[in-house]
Design a protein. Structure first.
Lengths: 257, 257
DNA sequence: AAGACAATCATGGTATACAAAACGCATGCA
DNA sequence: TGCATGCGTTTTGTATACCATGATTGTCTT
C-alpha cells in the first residue's frame, strides 16, 4: 500500500472512470483539525467549536460554573448536536470538562496545572528551537519570526496587548513551523490556547506582562546562526522566566485564575 | 419506503411548575478527569471509540479504504451519532481522516510521517527521561519500569510479541508518569497508539523487532542514579535507533505500511 | 428534627428524521 | 465525440424525539 505515498486516501475499490476534471479539487476542504480550513464556508459544528474555544480562552466563561448543552445550543443558535461535537473536541484539548450530570465546565487553571503546562512547553518548544536551528533553511519564515519578535505594546492598553498576545503566539508557532514537523506544530498550537487563556486571565486582574523582545530576538538569532544548543537553552530559559512571572502573579493575587 | 412519519403523541403536558434556577454544583471532589473512564461505566460512544481505535491500531482497516458512517454504525451495532463522536475524537488523534464526501480513512503511515513521529517522540520522551531523573522519587514505579524493561519475547511468536508491545508501551508511559506531569503522560500515550500501529503493521510483514532490553535497562538505571543528562541522551538514542530499524524495514519491504 | 424514601424533573446519551449538497449516471446538445 | 446539464441516490450535517439515569425536593417515619 502507500509506503511512499503522498497522503491521500486512494480511491480504493473503484477502478472506474478516472476523473480528469480538476473542477472539484480533491485536495479541497476536508475539515481538518488545526488551522486548515480557513474556508469561509464552515459547518455549524466548526463555528461552534471555534466560538466556544475563543470564548473559553477569552475568559467569557468563569471556570467554576456549568453550561448545559441546551443552554449552549440556544446561545449559539444551534441544536445540541453541534454543541456536543464541539464539546468533545474541546474536552480533548483540556479546555472543557464534561461532567455527566452537571454540565460543561471551562477547565480550571490551578497553579499546579500552570507548572505542568510550562514544563511541557519547555520540553516541546526547547526541542523545537533546537530542531529549527538544526534544519533551518526557511529564510522567509525566519524573517517573519524576527519581525514578530519585535512586537511591543503599550502598557495598560488592552487592544495593543491583545495584538501582542497574537504576535507572541504567532512567534512560538512559527518557531515550531520551522521544524517542518506537523506534530510539533500541533503540540505548540494546542499549548498556545492555554497560554492565551492565562494571558487573558492576567489582563482580567490588571496585569500586563512585558514583551520579551530581547529573549525572542536572541532565540531567532541563535536559530539563524545554526546553533542548536544555544537555541534550545535560550528557549528553555525564556519559558522558565515566563513561568516565574506568571507564578509570581498567581501567588500574589491568589485565587483569581 | 421513505418518510415513515411518526406522529408523536403529546408527552405529558406538564404545567411547568416551579424552579428554573440553575443550582450551584459548587466544587465536588470528583477528580476523575485525567484517566479516562476506567470504570465499568461504558457509554456506546466510548466503546465505539475504544473499539475503533483498537481496530485501527491492529491494522483491521487498511489505510486505503473508506468507511462510511452508516457502515460503521452497522458494524458496531449503534447509530450514526456515537460513530460520529468517536470519529471526531480519533481524528484529533490523527488516527482517522474524515474526508467529506468519501468517508473515513484510517490515516496512512508514510515514511515522512514516521520520521515526524519519531522526531516528536525524541523530543518529548527525551524530556521525560530527563525530568524523571531529576525529580524521580517514586521508587515503586521505578521498580515497575525495571521489571518491564526486562520483557523479552519469542521471535516469531505473535502472542508473545503482542505482550512485548504492551510492555514496551507500558514502559514508555511509565517513564512519562515518573514526571508526574499529566500532559507529558498524555502526549506519550498518544504517541504510543501510533507506535503500536506501526509495530502491528510490522508483524503483518513478518518482521519482529528486537526487545531493547539493554537500552531500556540503562535508561532506568540512569534515572535511578539521578543523572538527567544521561537519561535524556539514552532515551534520545534509544528512539533514534528505533527509528532507524523501522525505516530500514519500511524502505526494504516498501509497500506494506 | 433528622434521615430515609418516593415522586418528579432535568440531563445526557442515543436513535432517527430531515435537508442540503455531492456524487454518479445518463441524456441531450454542439 | 465530447462536454454540459439534469435527475436520482447517497452522504453528511443538523435538529429533534425518546428513554434511562441521576439529581433534587418534598414527604413521611422515627
Amino acid at each position: 500500500m502507500p509506503s511512499l505515498k503522498k497522503t491521500h486516501p486512494s480511491k480504493g475499490r473503484r477502478p472506474k472512470s478516472r476523473r480528469a476534471t480538476p473542477s472539484r479539487p480533491a485536495q479541497g476542504g476536508f475539515r481538518d483539525s488545526g488551522a486548515a480550513s480557513q474556508n469561509g464556508r464552515s459547518t455549524l459544528s466548526e463555528r461552534l467549536y471555534q466560538g466556544l474555544k475563543r470564548d473559553i480562552i477569552r475568559g467569557v466563561y468563569p471556570p467554576g460554573e456549568a453550561l448545559g448543552e441546551k443552554e449552549l445550543a440556544k446561545r449559539y443558535k444551534s441544536s445540541r448536536t453541534p454543541v456536543r461535537e464541539a464539546a468533545v473536541r474541546l474536552q480533548q484539548e483540556n479546555l472543557l470538562r464534561i461532567v455527566p450530570n452537571r454540565g460543561y465546565f471551562a477547565s480550571s487553571m490551578t497553579i499546579n496545572w500552570l507548572n505542568e503546562i510550562y514544563e511541557f512547553r519547555a520540553a516541546v518548544e526547547g526541542a523545537c528551537a533546537e530542531l529549527a536551528a538544526r534544519k533551518g533553511n526557511d529564510e522567509k519564515l525566519a524573517d517573519e519570526l524576527a519581525r514578530l519578535a519585535q512586537t511591543e505594546y503599550e502598557t495598560h492598553d488592552r487592544a495593543s496587548y491583545e495584538r501582542f498576545i497574537k504576535a507572541d503566539t504567532a512567534f512560538h508557532i512559527g518557531m515550531a513551523r520551522l521544524t517542518r514537523n506537523p506534530m510539533l506544530v500541533r503540540a505548540v498550537s494546542d499549548m498556545r490556547c492555554h497560554m492565551e487563556r492565562v494571558m487573558y486571565a492576567a489582563i482580567g486582574i490588571g496585569y500586563y506582562g512585558e514583551a520579551p523582545v530581547k529573549e525572542h530576538s536572541e532565540i531567532v538569532q541563535a536559530i539563524r546562526n545554526h546553533d542548536p544548543e544555544l537555541a534550545r537553552r535560550l528557549m528553555y530559559e525564556h519559558i522558565i522566566q515566563s513561568r516565574a512571572k506568571v507564578l509570581r502573579l498567581a501567588y500574589g493575587e491568589s485565587s483569581v485564575l
